[in-house]
Design a protein around this ligand. Structure first.
Ligand code: PMP
Length: 416
């Protein structure tokens, strides 16, 4: 067979796109999409370097702009206490732990962070990984396999989907937030599988909406399934004290099997966690590939997440302020007749535009007027569902929000 293949190659029968990245059809398609975005005037809007700390403002090319592009919901990134904790950790432990924690990379900060997360979420324990995306991929793929079924919300984040694929389990996307459809699928299919995982998110960052968590818990209990909630955008932003979507609905933390979250948003760091039962966490710590075969979270990242958690506990009013700002944004946007999607109370506010190129032009026009807000286009969202996505932070001022919505209301009618 090898000989035949070599002969085919010699005869030129193996097409060049099979062994040259610069001829990958997918790459050529990407280049075309980038060219059409660049032709709209602002050059390439991706990988644009931003100076300083992204809070209510950012600095691009020497210009200060009002910023809605990052997930610094609680203003913890740049908080002096959080930065100081990271600096102290570097002085004490250096910049890396230089090994897997299982073998020789364990530092006191690691357990301190995991205990603090478990305490905050209300679970027996937690495990911290080096990336949020990696947390979902490795945990889901590791806990489930060929005899199992994973049901995930159709708007789930890529990391959930990748974990599902890698697991080798049967996978089914159920219609967004539709626990009744989920219930029906489980009625029909539960008995064909051993373990079943239902994966949802606490806040969906494309639309800013939330799941009806108590209903999902009822369904998972009825069918003896595991429930995983990705709190990337809900930890720190939902519930009176920022303890997440569980606090928002007043559910018992033990009713969810895997509370997943990232450290990169409300907690001003980099990494991800799974909070749950002692057994789950212990099992993952000795066996999850993305934990066992990866370096431990770096000292400054661990320390900044611990410090951000402490600040949040000491100043829960940051959460209330974030929601006040978001409510102001939404109500002004509604007055202007803008389409803010299905969830008016969210801290992630989509402005639905529809056409991809129009959303790029709109983002460019706002940029010229001192507002930085990224667009979201296909394939991140379905065709004709392009949007601008405003991430609010508790550091935005009322004046900034009024100026933004005023400008947006004007420009949206000028841009084609
Ligand atoms: N889950 C969700 C729902 C997310 O939105 C993200 C990132 N935006 C992640 C997981 C991955 O987190 P991280 O960026 O911290 O790797």
């Amino acid at each position: 067979l090898l000989e035949r293949k070599a002969k085919q190659a010699a005869k030129g029968e193996i097409r060049e796109e099979y062994y040259r990245f610069d001829l990958y059809p997918e790459y050529l398609q990407l280049k075309q999409q980038l060219a059409s975005i660049e032709s709209l005037g602002r050059g390439n809007p991706f990988f644009v370097p931003q100076e300083g700390i992204n809070r209510d403002t950012t600095t691009i090319g020497g210009r200060e702009l009002i910023d809605y592009g990052t997930y610094n919901y609680l203003g913890m990134c740049g908080d002096p206490a959080v930065s100081a904790a990271a600096k102290r950790a570097i002085e004490r432990y250096g910049t890396s732990v230089s090994a897997s924690r299982l073998i020789s990379g364990e530092k006191p900060l690691h357990r301190e962070l995991e205990r603090a997360i478990a305490d905050f979420v209300g679970t027996e324990d937690s495990i911290v990984y080096v990336g949020g995306h990696a947390t979902n991929v490795t945990t889901i793929a590791h806990l489930f396999g060929q005899r199992d079924l994973i049901l995930y919300d159709s708007l789930s984040h890529n990391s959930i989907f990748q974990g599902c694929l890698l697991s080798g389990a049967s996978i089914v996307a159920f219609p967004h937030n539709d626990w009744q459809a989920l219930d029906l699928i489980l009625h029909e299919r539960r008995d064909r599988y051993q373990r079943v995982l239902v994966a949802i998110e606490g806040v969906y960052s494309t639309d800013g909406d939330i799941p009806e968590l108590p209903a999902f818990i009822e369904v998972k209990q009825r069918h003896k399934a595991f429930l995983m909630v990705d709190e990337a955008h809900s930890i720190g932003t939902m519930g009176r004290f920022g303890r997440g979507i569980g606090e928002h609905f007043g559910v018992a933390p033990g009713d969810v099997d895997l509370w997943m979250g990232t450290l990169s948003k409300s907690f001003a760091s980099c990494g991800g966690y799974i909070a749950g039962s002692r057994a789950l966490v212990e099992y993952l710590k000795y066996t999850a590939p993305g934990f066992v075969y990866s370096v431990g979270i770096s000292p400054p990242n661990a320390a900044s997440a611990i410090a951000a958690l402490e600040r949040l506990k000491a100043e829960p009013e940051r959460v209330e302020r974030l929601h006040e700002r978001a409510r102001l944004f939404s109500s002004l946007a509604c007055e202007k007749g803008l389409n803010t999607g299905p969830s008016p109370d969210s801290v992630v506010i989509p402005i639905l535009v529809g056409d991809s190129l129009k959303s790029v032009r709109l983002s460019n026009a706002l940029f010229e007027r001192g507002i930085n807000v990224p667009f979201m286009i296909y394939p991140s969202v379905p065709q004709n569902a392009a949007r601008l996505r405003f991430f609010l932070t508790c550091t935005h001022t009322e004046a900034q929000i009024r100026y933004t919505v005023e400008t947006l209301g004007r420009v949206v009618n000028e841009v084609r």
